[in-house]
Structure formats: structure tokens, C-alpha cells
Design a protein around this ligand. Structure first.
Ligand code: IPD
Ligand code: CA
Ligand code: CA
Length: 257
């Protein structure tokens, strides 16, 4: 299944690339939440091909109406993760595809067609970037940890969420090496998996933002949890916390001060 998925995702990458380099009409799903015709085009391409090829799975995808979709044997798709970057031609943006069997992680694929970086993982078989095995970093000193985070779209409309983001950064920034906000949750998780970041956290993400990245991270030796330190549950938890494992305890402590 993995190789067929990669073949289809790489084809979708051509539509992604064409859109990235062309002029885009942008519409707004919400105050800060953009969408382009390429989000829809990439998603439709993937959906048609996946439904034909993998008929045992349903496809849950960001730009689709998923109301009648039951999460079980599912392929969870974000056609363009990092749409704001895509629109602004910042090459940190990717197609994200996470495959679940009976709600359990099975395959994760994140493809950045602009930088030609393909992250893949099958549960039990390790994680790879362009065929090379990747692993989390072994840094265990939180003060030396490079963190990544994201700002929720709700920061434009919900004062509680905005205050939460700011208070957490105020607390954690002096206690770590530094914090990045590059704008693609899927790639952020892959960057922890590759040992670039030691940890990552964000609130209000959707299943398609993280469905693939969390599989890749776990296969690279990393840890994922909710803000209480319990297992992260797709579609349910407000916060996702991800790390190399070594700084996870302090990450939890520093977000629950
Ligand atoms: C977004 C990106 C971003 C994160 C947002 C997500 P989108 O996905 O992953 O990094 O901060 O919360 O919604 O909207 O570009 O697919
Ligand atoms: Ca996304
Ligand atoms: Ca998206």
C-alpha cells in the first residue's frame, strides 16, 4: 500500500507545484483560514485515486464534507498543509496523508513537493526522509531544546485562545533554546522526527494536520501526547505535544505551569 500511496501523492505533487508557482485566487473559510482552488484540486485528485485503489478505506479530507464518514479504516488527507505559506510562496508546505486501520496508526506520508522532501513511515518499520532513515535527537536538556509551535486560526476571534498562546510562550521561551513557527503542523512533526527540533506543541489542530506526522514521529523514536501526558487522541484533544521523548516530561510541565 505504501508504494502505491507514494506514487499517487507524487502525482498530486505536480498539481501542488503548478499551483505554488502560479497566481492564486484566495478565499477565506474563516478570518485567518485561507483556501485556494489548488487545495480543492489536490484533494479531489487524491480522493478519486485513493477511493479507486484502496476501497477498504474511507477518505476523510480537509476540504470535503466528512459528516457521514466514520473514523475506522480511514485515509486522512490534508491536501495542502501550510496553505498560508503556499499562498505566500514560502516553501514550508506539504501534502499530508495518514492511514489508519481500525483507528490504529498504519502508514504516514508527508510530501513537500517544493523542496522534494518525502517523509514516510509504516508502523513497526521506522521512519524515512527520501529513503534515508531518520531519528529524533538525543538532546535531553530542555534549556538546549529547539521548539516549534503554531498559532491557531482562533487567535483572531477567541481571546481565551490568544491569551493561552501568549502566556505559554512567555513561560516556555526563557526555559528553552528558542521557538520556531514555520506554519505546517505536518512538517513540524517530521522535523521533530528528523532531530531538527527537540519538541513541538500546538492547540486546536485537526486530525488531517497531524494524522501522518505523528506516525512518522513515533516511528523515528519520538513521543506524542496530549497536554496531560496521556495518549493523544485524534479528533478529540485540544493540545498536541510531540518530542524526542527525552524532553517530554519538561515539555508537559512547562505547558502546565
Ligand atoms: C495549518 C498549519 C499550521 C497550523 C494551523 C493549521 P492548513 O494547516 O498546519 O501550521 O498552525 O493551525 O491549521 O490550514 O494550512 O492546512
Ligand atoms: Ca493543515
Ligand atoms: Ca490544509
Amino acid at each position: 500500500m505504501k508504494n502505491k500511496l507514494i506514487e499517487i501523492i507524487k502525482e498530486a505533487g505536480e498539481i501542488f507545484k503548478e499551483g505554488y508557482y502560479s497566481k492564486k485566487d484566495v478565499t477565506f473559510k474563516a478570518k485567518k483560514d485561507l483556501v485556494t482552488k489548488y487545495d480543492v484540486a489536490v484533494e479531489n485528485f487524491l480522493k478519486v485515486r485513493f477511493e479507486k485503489e484502496f476501497y477498504d478505506f474511507n477518505v476523510i479530507a480537509e476540504e470535503s464534507d466528512n459528516t457521514d464518514k466514520i473514523f475506522s479504516n480511514s485515509i486522512i488527507v490534508d491536501p495542502i498543509d501550510g496553505t498560508t505559506n503556499f499562498v505566500n510562496k514560502l516553501p514550508h508546505t506539504a501534502i499530508s496523508v495518514g492511514v489508519y486501520k481500525d483507528k490504529k496508526p498504519y502508514i504516514g506520508i508527508v510530501f513537500n513537493p517544493i523542496l522534494d522532501q518525502l517523509y514516510t513511515a509504516v508502523v513497526g518499520e521506522g521512519a524515512y526522509c527520501n529513503g534515508e532513515k531518520i531519528q529524533v535527537s538525543d538532546e535531553s536538556d530542555f534549556q538546549k531544546a529547539l521548539l516549534s509551535t503554531g498559532f491557531p486560526y482562533s487567535s483572531g476571534t477567541c481571546e481565551d485562545d490568544l491569551n493561552d498562546v501568549v502566556e505559554k510562550i512567555k513561560h516556555i521561551l526563557p526555559r528553552c533554546q528558542d521557538i520556531r513557527r514555520l506554519g505546517s503542523a505536518a512538517l513540524d512533526l517530521c522535523y521533530v522526527a528528523s532531530g531538527i527540533y527537540e519538541a513541538y506543541y500546538e492547540m486546536n489542530l485537526k486530525a488531517w494536520d497531524v494524522s501522518a506526522g505523528l506516525i512518522i514521529l513515533q516511528e523515528a523514536g519520538g513521543k506524542v501526547s496530549n497536554i496531560d501526558g496521556n495518549d493523544y487522541v485524534l479528533f478529540e484533544n485540544k493540545y498536541i505535544l510531540a518530542s524526542n521523548g527525552y524532553v517530554h516530561k519538561e515539555l508537559i510541565e512547562n505547558l502546565n505551569f
